[in-house]
Design a protein around this ligand. Structure first.
Ligand code: ADE
Ligand code: ZN
Length: 344
C-alpha cells in the first residue's frame, strides 16, 4: 500500500500523542549541527551530509555509541531548555498535542550540570512550549543501563530532590543485554513512591524475559518497544490480561537493526493478539522520522485503515500518563476530527 496525498493530509491533521521520544534523540539535524559547531572540540560532524552519514547505524551497540557521543553536545541547562523548546516546536508541527519526553538526567549530571538547573530548564522549557504552541509536555527519567546501579541511584535521587513540573514516569534505557531489569527494582520502587509510573525499555534487543522481568520486578505499566513479546504467546496473553501497553517505534527498530525491515516488524502480530500498541518515534532526529511518518507506515506497511489510525491516536492518549482533563480534551479533538473527515 502507498500513502496517497489524501491519506498523508489525514494523518498530518490527526491530533496525536507521543509516549516515547528521547530528548537528545529528538533534536533535529540543524539543532545538532548548531551544537557541534558551538562545541567543535567534541569532534562531531560539522556538515549536514556528514551528520546524516554518522546517523547510519551498523547495529544497536553502534547506535548507542553514536547516541552517547551526541549527548556530549548538551552541556548547560540552557542547552537542555533549547532542546525541549525545539522538540515542542517539532511536535506542534505534526499535530502532537501531548508528549512524554524521556530525559536521561544522569547524562546531564555526569556532564557537570547543576542538578537544580537541569530541573529548572525542564520546567521552563515545558512552560514556554505550552505558552507558544499549546503542546503539553511531560517527563520520564530513564536510567542508562550502561551506568549500572550507581547511575540508577543518581537518577532516582535527582528525581526525588529536584522534581521538575510535568514529571510523570521512570524508565530504563541504553543497553538491554548485560543490564538485567531485575537489578533496578529498588530504584523503580522509589520512583513509584514519588508518583512516577514505571515505563522501562524491554524486549527491544533482548528476548521476552526482559519484558516479564519488567512486569514482575519493576511494576511496568507500559513497556518501551516490547517487540520481543511477539515471540511468546503466553507473554502476549499476560500483557493483555495486565492491560500493559507497548510503546512501539517501527522506524527506530529498523534503524538500530533491532528488526531486519518494516515488513518483518511484529506490529501486526502484537495487535492481532490483542496487545495494546501505541506508535512512537523514539529518536526522530537520528532516524529521520516524525510521528506522521510512523502513522503513514502503519497504513502503508501494516495495512491500518483510517479508522484504525484514529484508534491508534486514541490509544496513545488513553495509555498516556496525562491527567484526565487533558486526556478528555485530546480525545474530544480526535473524535471531532474523525467526524469532520469522514469520507462521503
Ligand atoms: N536511548 C535512546 N534511544 C534508545 C533506544 N532505542 N533504546 C534504548 N535506549 C535508548
Ligand atoms: Zn527509547
Amino acid at each position: 500500500m502507498t500513502t496517497s496525498p489524501d491519506m498523508a493530509a489525514f494523518v498530518a491533521g490527526l491530533p496525536k500523542a507521543e509516549l516515547h521520544v528521547h530528548l537528545q534523540g529528538a533534536a533535529s539535524v540543524p539543532t545538532i549541527l548548531e551544537l557541534s559547531r558551538r562545541y567543535p572540540e567534541a569532534g562531531l560532524p560539522l556538515e549536514e551530509d556528514e551528520l546524516r552519514e554518522f546517523y547510519r547505524f551498523r547495529d544497536f551497540d553502534h547506535f548507542l555509541s553514536v547516541y552517547m557521543a551526541v549527548n556530549e553536545l548538551v552541556r548547560t541547562p540552557d542547552d537542555v531548555q533549547a532542546l525541549v523548546e525545539g522538540l515542542g516546536r517539532d511536535l506542534a508541527a505534526v499535530n502532537v498535542r501531548y508528549a512524554e519526553v524521556t530525559v536521561t538526567a544522569d547524562s546531564h549530571l555526569l556532564a557537570g550540570m547543576d542538578p537544580a538547573g537541569v530541573a529548572e530548564a525542564l520546567t521552563a522549557g515545558r512552560a514556554a512550549t505550552l505558552a507558544r504552541t499549546g503542546v503539553e509536555l511531560a517527563y520520564t527519567y530513564d536510567i542508562n543501563g550502561a551506568h549500572g546501579l550507581p547511575g540508577a541511584e543518581r537518577t532516582i535521587s535527582w528525581a526525588e530532590r529536584f522534581p521538575a513540573e510535568g514529571s510523570v514516569g521512570f524508565g530504563l534505557g541504553g543497553p538491554e543485554a548485560g543490564a538485567p531489569r531485575t537489578a533496578y527494582a529498588e530504584a523503580f520502587t522509589r520512583a513509584r513512591d514519588i508518583g512516577l509510573a514505571s515505563v522501562p525499555h524491554a524486549g527491544e534487543t533482548t528476548g521476552p524475559q526482559s519484558i516479564r522481568d519488567s512486569l514482575d520486578a519493576l511494576g511496568a505499566v507500559r513497556i518501551g518497544h516490547g517487540i520481543a513479546a511477539a515471540q511468546d504467546a503466553d507473554l502476549m496473553a499476560e500483557l493483555v490480561e495486565r492491560d500493559v501497553v507497548l510503546e512501539v517505534c517501527p522506524t527506530s527498530n529498523v534503524c538500530t537493526r533491532a528488526v531486519d525491515s518494516l515488513e518483518a516488524h511484529p506490529f501486526t502480530i502484537l495487535r492481532e493478539a490483542g496487545v495494546r500498541v501505541t506508535l512512537n518515534t523514539d529518536d526522530p532526529g537520528m532516524f529521520d522520522t516524525d510521528l506522521n511518518r510512523e502513522y503513514e507506515i502503519a497504513h502503508e506497511v501494516f495495512g491500518v485503515d483510517r479508522s484504525g489510525l484514529v484508534d491508534l491516536a486514541r490509544e496513545s492518549v488513553r495509555a498516556s500518563l496525562a491527567v484526565q482533563p487533558v486526556k478528555d480534551r485530546i480525545l474530544a479533538e480526535i473524535d471531532d476530527y474523525a467526524a469532520a473527515t469522514q469520507p462521503e
